[in-house]
Design a protein around this ligand. Structure first.
Ligand code: B12
Length: 479
């Protein structure tokens, strides 16, 4: 599905052959993501990129592979008609981080680049979280001209301006290139402070909302933590910016009034990294008397029943809790700064406020033993009214402390590519035992365990969505 966003604004030339305007370049932004689970995710990155390109005087169109029936064919045809000067392709996911049922998305990106190449000689620039984690591998797999590691909004518009002026973009922050076997990348830019709210692509937004997933938005960027396996601080920087909660609430009010959207996913790395902001945000929503629901990723430390009640009153429909383990030994090995008691208190606080809570667990990572696993699971089974989402083994990402550990322990070798996912399983825990425990737990309706009956659950969720259910659905599994 494609949109010329200028045409949306002016009612003009969608799909017509390109006519040189003399006022900036024609940039096509492509989202390569076709994943529909747990819900189709609106390509928010493209709004940030488009906003900055249009501010710099360039003309933008958007093509979303996730909404196309025949993505490669439709993209090729669109490029032939729209004739972009440069094409930016966003690669959000490379795989689903699931050791038991790995799904690889790189072929979708390779297909998108090939489709553009068949239709045009336009420069192709890659970006997105998936690209940022594997720039060398993805430039090599796709043959794209260059890519941007990290936040792309200011860099992409600079690349476009320089490219149309016939200048070399070398040296721009995060610019990655592959020349023969020679890979070079400059350090990424910190995420630029965004506009109060990025302009949305109306057509896309309506289609995503009709598909039923919560609509995403950001209220902050950056992650101050250093969990051993996690990519967030690399993707977002340590603590980049936080919007005024009043601006964020205004964005919700505007999307609600304009599109009728009433379910939102705050896509911040950790929504309560600053413990004061959630209540300020909730206060702003309450002040506007909005009838909306929202969800976000929370860290356990500091949640009280009072805070949970205040957040619930503002429309928080569920806390997505990044606990990962409920055993202090394992939490320390995972690089967490909170304790098992913090996580338990957080779930209890949510239950006391009748606020649904989805607890994320990663079982079998570094430091896990039979004993630590038993401790986590017995605590989990005592938690009141929680839903669990469980991954077994840890996806190893380049440049993380886990990667270093995996090399030292001989689980992966030093220069080995991790694009095809590799997982760390604690050598001190039997895989058979872990599997057996997961198989048992997966019979409980409130335990979502990767590799254990998830296809059936995803089908069920798709049926619910087809019958009009909107927003996050996991809280329907709450005991
Ligand atoms: C929120 C989130 C979710 C939510 C999304 C809810 C929603 N409705 O939005 C949920 C929980 C549903 C989810 C699900 C999944 N997620 Co997720 N998610 C995130 C998270 C935390 C934020 C993503 C986001 O929206 N960021 C805000 C936008 C604006 O940033 P951005 O997309 O990175 O774009 C910027 C840059 O990348 C760059 N850029 C982007 N595109 C382009 C293009 C060009 C040309 C250029 C130059 C630059 C550029 O500029 C943009 C603006 O600065 C990231 C981790 C993170 N901190 O980034 C993981 C992350 C993207 N998810 C990931 C994964 C794997 C998934 C899943 C496949 C499964 C899973 N196991 O979680 C599913 C897939 C869902 C789908 N349908 O695609 C991985 C992807 C890496 C990988 N292994 O492939 C990440 C990076 C986390 C991780 N494990 O490291 N996710």
């Amino acid at each position: 599905m494609a949109r010329d966003t200028d045409a949306l604004r002016t009612g003009g030339r969608r799909g017509e052959p390109a006519v040189r305007d003399g006022d900036g370049a024609r940039v096509l932004l492509v989202s390569a993501n076709r994943e529909k689970a747990p819900h189709p995710v609106y390509p928010l990155a493209l709004d940030y990129l488009r906003e900055s390109l249009q501010t710099a005087g360039h003309r933008c169109a958007v093509f979303d592979c996730g909404l196309a029936e025949n993505p490669a064919g439709e993209l090729e045809a669109y490029v032939r008609r729209w004739m972009p000067d440069l094409v930016g392709i966003s690669i959000r996911n490379v795989d689903n981080s699931d050791s038991s049922r790995p799904k690889l998305y790189v072929p979708d990106a390779v297909e998108a680049v090939a489709a553009v190449r068949r239709a045009s000689e336009a420069r192709i620039v890659l970006g997105g979280s998936g690209f940022s984690l594997f720039p060398h591998e993805l430039l090599s797999a796709t043959g794209a001209d260059m890519g941007v590691v990290g936040p792309g909004e200011s860099v992409l518009s600079e690349i476009v301006s320089r490219t149309v002026a016939g200048e070399d973009p070398s040296g721009l922050p995060g610019l990655a290139r592959l020349d023969g076997d020679l890979f070079a990348a400059t350090p990424p830019a910190p995420p630029a402070r965004p506009p109060a709210a990025p302009g949305r692509d109306e057509g896309l937004l309506r289609r995503y909302w009709a598909a039923g997933g919560p609509v995403n938005m950001l209220t902050s960027r950056g992650c101050p933590n250093r969990c051993v396996y996690c990519t967030y601080p690399m993707l977002d920087g340590p603590a980049a910016w936080a919007r005024d909660p009043a601006d964020a609430a205004d964005e919700i009010a505007a999307l609600n009034a304009r599109f009728g959207v009433d379910s939102f996913f705050i896509a911040d790395s950790i929504f309560n990294a600053d413990p004061l902001r959630p209540r300020m945000f909730a206060g702003e929503l309450l002040r506007r008397k909005l009838k909306v629901r929202w969800t976000a990723f929370f860290s356990p430390a500091g949640m009280t029943a009072d805070a949970a009640a205040a957040l619930k009153a503002s429309g928080l429909e569920g806390v997505e809790l990044g606990a990962e383990s409920l055993c202090d030994v394992t939490l320390r090995a995972y690089g967490k700064f909170f304790s098992a008691a913090d996580a338990v208190k957080c779930v209890q606080a949510c239950a006391a406020a009748d606020l649904p809570c989805l607890v994320y667990l990663i079982l079998g990572g570094p430091g896990e033993t039979e004993e630590t696993l038993r401790e986590t699971l017995s605590r989990a089974l005592e938690l009141p009214r929680a839903v669990f989402t469980v991954f077994c083994g840890m996806r190893i990402y380049p440049g993380t402390p886990l990667h270093g550990l995996a090399v030292r322990e001989g689980i992966v070798s030093e220069g080995e590519s991790l694009l095809e996912p590799k997982f760390y399983f604690s050598p001190a825990l039997s895989r058979g035992l872990l599997e057996a425990r997961c198989a048992e737990l997966s019979r409980r309706p409130n335990w979502l365990i990767a590799g254990h009956g998830m296809e059936a659950r995803e089908k069920m969720a798709a049926l619910f969505r087809a019958s009009g259910a909107k927003g996050s659905l996991w809280h329907l599994l709450r005991p």
